[in-house]
Design a binder for this molecule. Sequence first.
Ligand code: PLP
Length: 397
Amino acid sequence: MARVHKISRRVQNIRISATKLMPMLAARIGGCVSLGQGVPSFPTPPHIAEAVSRALRDEPGIGKYSLQPGMPVLREVIAGRLAEEKGFVVDPGTEVGVTVGAMEALLMTMLTVVDRGDEVIVPSPGYASHAEQVLMAEGVPVYVPLRPADWGLDVEAIRAAVTDRTRAVILCNPGNPTGTVYDEADVRALCALALEQDFVIISDETYDFMVYDAAGNPAPMPFSPASLPEMRDHVICINSFSKKYALTGWRVGYVAADKRWMDELLKVHDAAAICAPTVSQYAALAALTGPQDCVDAMRSALCLRRAQTCAALDGMADHFSYVIPRGAFYVMARYRFSHAASPEVARRILEEARVITIPGGSFGPEGEGHLRLSFGGEQEELAECFSRLGAWVRENA
Ligand SMILES: Cc1ncc(COP(=O)(O)O)c(C=O)c1O
């Protein structure tokens, strides 16, 4: 091969995740409906769009770079939220960075924390991009199974996996793809382990607003490691505006951490992005300072869709089993009708039933034998998905 086309080892080692590939395949096939989306169906709330339109008219700075860590007023509001909701007290001037989605914040973190050969513990199944980002930093993702009965955090298994190369554990709470909300006691035990063994918890809190109680009603946020003052040096807290305010396309999120971390994280941010899009920072500001009933409305709609999804799976109990999700808008459905690997099952369902699902194996070894189903879509679309899936399963199982 010509030398010019030699690809770096770090890029050779990573892949585009199945969550992005399946919709691309579906677009080629045509006529598909989706249980694959990582995006709830809601449009950007009108008051956010209005605020951005006003700012486009009135704020000459909106078309320019913001300060590198983000607009000061937005960082102030984020710091206020973190203190109020999680008891995480950070200096908005030096300990909050506005990023290009949670994704950039996560990558900044991996590149800052992980050296070649360092290990990062990734509870499995887990969000595929976490492991890809560890690989991109030339680290080693060490998969530690979640408890299979409830997808809970197995802190003893994590303890057993810690070595002198362990730099971090990823905590995604609520979890994608499992929809688990980890017990506070387990999160506290993980924090104690982080202090004892001196590793960092990378806390991905993208879905913290999306939690259901046992009856399926909205419930309080999960416990964050950042709530514990003693964790200050051992936690990097990441969040997103994408799902909570239906702003996935605006690409805005943030990272909050002790200044000693933030000074380093911002070097990567500078090299990667300079700053988050200023126009999107105005959207984030309007989202945080405006009425919150849009979040309540989305949460209530997702509660209904969750109930619809669980009912549909219960109706196919001979073919699928699952753990009831307590957060986010995903469920891992274990299929009983085939021993084939999940990419093969998902491909057949896509081609033959024209329903997008995500192969569970793409979320780590423990995801194999499952399909990740998202209930972010409209209820009519979900109904169509389950009608097609039910018919396919009856014919093929
Ligand atoms: C767990 C998790 N973290 C981070 C992200 C990325 O979020 P953002 O759109 O803010 O980059 C996603 C998106 O699906 C996610 O599921």
